[in-house]
Design a protein. Structure first.
Length: 395
DNA sequence: TCTGGGGTCCTAGGACCC
DNA sequence: TCTGGGGTCCTAGGACCC
């Protein structure tokens, strides 16, 4: 059986753990730059606040608490939840910041086991989770949604498929988004049950092979396996909206240098080298092939700055920019002109180690800027309760 | 007059996920 | 006036190979 453990209102729940007064209030968490709503507490949902709503819609609502996103806190809390879940099965796939699949043998008391998991996560971390259990990952995803209305746990076996799927709308299904859902509706398919009863060839034609796999899973045939090892990324992006419009080239250079440095950190973290860099703004992009694959921040900063100089137009107002890395390798293909050995890698290791160890100020490159007027707005952010000695929760 | 059959790689765009 | 930041996979079509 596959279990999907899904944290309820995850970002809002993280805030409530350290500030229980928030439990009584409509609470929303804002995206970077405080632009839009990316998480809502139950009370905020009850008021009709939608995911993705722009923040300004609620600016004058004194009853709604709005917090800037505190991703440092959320990812630390996520790790605690995942470590707790891993105690219950060695076969665990961390699917996203707030979801994990577990795979285990079916058992008569599976319902009780799921309740125990839920209880333990709540007690050890403070985070409420919903758990769905089913013979396939796609059905487990559905079950976890039903769990939210069934006391937190829902165990789902093959003999209930028809009955349940008859009441399941297409867009609730993992892998079927709004586009495909609308397309199928126009063909007269409204429920998941109608979909799994359709003709195989027809389904493949409408949904492609990915959609067909989803249908097999809905029928109770496992297709998607648990992937326990996090795959290495094939591309890495770092992009941000600016806190204020940027019109000066020097500031735009600072920003992309800083994005390149963050992307390079992620690249070294998965021990890859990149041979492709792209710089982009709202109005265009500039791609560079890198002959000697690298993860050395200064080289990437240089390329990013060159790229943005080519994109820059005097008089234009820039609201966001980003850097993307791609075409990764693990080994450098040497050439006669590049020294085989250098201390570049060691320098990056030391820098990464210092930055991992200390909260702030971080070691950074001068090119990333000091004052950074382009930084995203984060006007109402909670402390880093669990990761900064200066911001520990006070009791 | 009549003209095959089998591949690969790359890219852009679309769809989806959190 | 104000609206994030990441990722993945698949497909079709073009270009090319023998």
């Amino acid at each position: 059986m596959f279990l999907l453990a899904d944290c309820n209102n995850f970002f809002a729940s993280c805030e409530m753990v350290f500030n229980p007064k928030l439990e009584q209030k409509p609470l929303v968490i804002l995206s970077n730059n405080d632009g839009m709503i990316i998480a809502r507490s139950p009370k905020a949902k009850a008021l009709g606040v939608q995911m993705g709503d722009p923040a300004y819609l609620y600016k004058n609502r004194a009853d709604i608490i709005m917090l800037s996103a505190n991703f440092v806190l959320y990812s630390d809390m996520s790790q605690r939840v995942m470590q707790t879940l891993a105690k219950f099965s060695p076969d665990i796939e961390i699917y996203s910041i707030d979801e994990a699949f577990l795979e285990l043998e079916d058992r008569a008391d599976l319902d009780g086991f799921c309740k125990e998991i839920r209880q333990t996560v709540k007690q050890w971390t403070g985070i409420p989770v919903s758990i769905g259990a089913a013979p396939t990952k796609t059905l487990a995803k559905l079950a976890s949604e039903w769990a939210k209305k069934a006391g937190g746990v829902f165990v789902f076996r093959n003999n209930e498929i028809e009955e349940r799927l008859a009441q399941t709308e297409l867009k609730e299904v993992w892998g079927i988004g709004e586009g495909l859902s609308d397309r199928l509706k126009r063909k007269g398919i409204y429920t998941a049950l109608q979909l799994i009863q359709a003709d195989d060839v027809w389904i493949q034609k409408q949904l492609g092979v990915t959609g067909f796999r989803t249908v097999l899973e809905l029928r109770g045939t496992p297709v998607f396996e648990l992937s326990e090892e996090p795959e290495k990324k094939k591309s890495i992006v770092c992009s941000r909206s600016f806190g204020q419009k940027v019109t000066e080239l020097s500031l735009l250079e600072e920003a992309v240098a800083s994005f390149a440095a963050r992307a390079a950190e992620k690249l070294r973290d998965q021990m890859s080298l990149t041979s492709f860099l792209s710089v982009f703004t709202e109005s265009g992009s500039c791609h560079v092939h890198i002959p000697n694959a690298t993860s050395y921040t200064p080289e990437l900063i240089t390329l990013a700055k060159e790229g943005v100089r080519r994109l820059f137009r005097q008089g234009a107002e820039y609201r966001k920019a980003g850097v993307m890395l791609g075409d990764f390798t693990e080994d450098r293909q040497g050439d006669f002109l590049t020294p085989a050995k250098s201390d570049k890698g060691e320098a990056m290791k030391v820098m990464d180690a210092i930055n991992a160890r200390y909260d702030r100020p971080k070691v950074q490159f001068a090119a990333e800027g000091i004052k950074r007027p382009w930084k995203s707005r984060r006007s109402n952010c909670s402390p880093k309760f669990t990761t900064s000695w200066n911001e520990l929760v006070k009791v």
